[in-house]
Ligand binder design. Sequence first.
Ligand SMILES: C[S@@+](CC[C@H](N)C(=O)[O-])C[C@H]1O[C@@H](n2cnc3c(N)ncnc32)[C@H](O)[C@@H]1O
Length: 287
Amino acid sequence: MVTPGDSPRDENVYFNDPESGAEMARLLSQDHLITKGMGGLFSERSDLSGIHRILDAACGPGGWALEVAFTYPEIEVVGFDISRAMIDYARARVQMQGMDNADFLVMDIQKSLDFPNKSFDLVNARFINFLPAAAWPKLMQEFKRITRPGGTIRLTESEWWYFTNSPALENLNAMIIRALKLQGESFTESGRFTGVLPMLGRFLLDAGCASVNYKSHVIDYSFGTEAHEGFRRDAAAVFKLFQPFIVRMGVATQEEVNQLYERMQFEMLKEDFRGLMLPLTAWGEKL
Ligand SMILES: C[S@@+](CC[C@H](N)C(=O)[O-])C[C@H]1O[C@@H](n2cnc3c(N)ncnc32)[C@H](O)[C@@H]1O
């Protein structure tokens, strides 16, 4: 896990160790589930004319950015992440696939971004709600600075994502939300939700966008659906990897988490298991 230390990365608030192979594997398989479940790379638009340079912030191992670069060879794609391991992986994929339109950099999203003013036509960020609430305004100023006038800023988030009839899964989900709240990663008073979704429009306006557009997505991972097996594996990985975070934040004991984890795995295999994930994409044109 991330422990206090001297380097900027060690001070990072991310809930898992970004250098761990397990976290990278989790993000790679999650990327496929989410991009597919959202109906593709840019399901809200069919026209990418005028888009020549795209940034994917906190890109993980680069799943989305690599697919964009592969699908649109005329577009230059840049991704950055705090994880050296994930950036090395993304770079290896670029080399292996012989791409010349993708680049990946190690960078900290909580610092000034090392890109010139107005250097991107589209700035994308998906699932960065690990950021403390207090860190968003500075990031939005950076997105505003690096997006050209007329360019697009695009944010995709989901409320912590297991809407379900499985009591164990619901409980574990609630524990993560409570742990996030304790770490300052919540926009709600009650701590029942992270509350990031209603904030997305505010962030875009703060980033200099004239208006805000939304597209919501529904991914059904109930028993018997195509997405069920992938999400069942995702939940197994998420709630294994997040156990130390839940316990460290004092939300539950290791024993309580272990018991719920066992029950969750059982309940997700029942024929009456129901689950939905509801990602929301918000985007705006920068003035
Ligand atoms: C939930 S993942 C989302 C990855 C990717 N955007 C996606 O949708 O598949 C969050 C990513 O943020 C990265 N991250 C954590 N702290 C960061 C920081 N301070 N600066 C940049 N990236 C960071 C993690 O390494 C991880 O890859």
